[in-house]
Design a protein around this ligand. Structure first.
Ligand code: C2E
Ligand code: MG
Ligand code: MG
Ligand code: MG
Length: 290
């Protein structure tokens, strides 16, 4: 009896404990196939000049359109991709896809704006990312200044010498380099000076309550002025309101990105955005609509 009960208990626990792991394993296996099945897609979100509201660049953000589960957000699949190592192949795909898309837009005659691709720290450890980018630029014939990369502050803090060298090589190719989610990683700007970066992106968590929280406002102002003294461009992430935009503009932030301007959208929709008055000159569109 005891044995029987023990076995049942075991099965019970095994079943409940494994549910999460099994689901994860499933997702991991499905993610493995997602690439070859064309289920991954890049969405594009415009970044606009804070003063003129002209679209000056875009960020490519990965989406997974699962055949049964529908759209799965990066918050769910990027951690799985990183823990399984799949991010290396997925990240390489993203670089190539963004370059291919940029070339396509050039053929359509769209006003060229640089596109930023997010890179995982794993790509620096397990991939010659500088060589991948160089080869892709060569194959597509794309102007290197149209490609940018984003690395999170925490990723850059873990970077060891070979990764730093790859960043230097990327910079020498003419590719722009941004630090993503800045302010969350407790790094100092003097430390970041060692890296060949062009842009700091202030994390959304500081922008969110910028009008209510005096500390967030102070930190944001300090980041902007320190970044400028190091000749870095500053982007604010997650700008959702006119008030936030006004604060950022008044305090000299260079670029803004957020739902106020546009959510990330599929490539075709991004083209429509760029061709609309909002894409060409957001401020003109605002004047027209108010
Ligand atoms: P991230 O690089 O910091 O991207 C910005 C995130 O903020 C995106 O989330 C974007 O949709 C969201 N966002 C933009 N504006 C607003 C706003 O006004 N309000 C709010 N609440 N959110 C806003 P998303 O697309 O879900 O991506 C989440 C994260 O997943 C990214 O953060 C990035 O770290 C990672 N990720 C996405 N695509 C890739 C990729 O191709 N490779 C790698 N390694 N990571 C990626
Ligand atoms: Mg990013
Ligand atoms: Mg970010
Ligand atoms: Mg983020």
């Amino acid at each position: 009896h005891a044995k029987q009960q023990g076995k049942n208990n075991y099965q019970y626990y095994a079943a409940s404990m494994n549910a999460a792991a099994l689901e994860r394993l499933n997702l991991e296996n499905q993610l493995r196939r997602a690439l070859s099945r064309g289920e991954l897609q890049l969405y594009y979100q415009p970044l606009v000049d804070a003063a003129t509201l002209n679209t000056v660049s875009a960020e490519a953000l990965m989406r997974w359109r699962h055949p049964e589960l529908g759209m799965i957000s990066p918050a769910q699949f990027i951690p799985i991709a990183e823990e399984s190592g799949l991010i290396v192949a997925m990240g390489a795909w993203a670089v190539k896809e963004a370059c291919r898309q940029l070339r396509h837009w050039q053929h359509l005659g769209l006003r060229p704006v640089p596109v930023a691709v997010n890179l995982s720290s794993l790509q620096f450890r397990h991939q010659k990312i500088d060589e991948l980018v160089a080869t892709t630029l060569q194959e597509t014939g794309l102007d290197p200044s149209l490609l940018q990369v984003e690395l999170t502050e925490s990723a850059i803090m873990q970077a060891e010498e070979p990764s730093v060298q790859m960043l230097v090589n990327l910079k020498e190719l003419g590719v722009g380099i941004a630090i993503d989610d800045f302010g969350t990683g407790y790094s100092s700007l003097s430390y970041l000076r060692r890296f060949p970066i062009d842009t700091l992106k202030i994390d959304r968590s500081f922008i969110k309550d910028i009008l209510q929280d005096a500390d967030d406002a102070t930190i944001t102002r300090a980041i902007i002025s320190m970044a400028h003294s190091l000749e870095l461009t500053v982007t604010a992430e997650g700008v959702e309101t006119e008030g936030q935009l006004e604060f950022l503009r008044d305090n000299g932030c260079d670029k803004i990105q957020g739902y106020l301007v546009s959510a990330p959208v599929p490539a075709a929709e991004f083209v429509r955005f760029m061709q609309s008055p909002r894409g060409e000159n957001h401020s003109a569109a605002r004047e027209a609509s108010f």
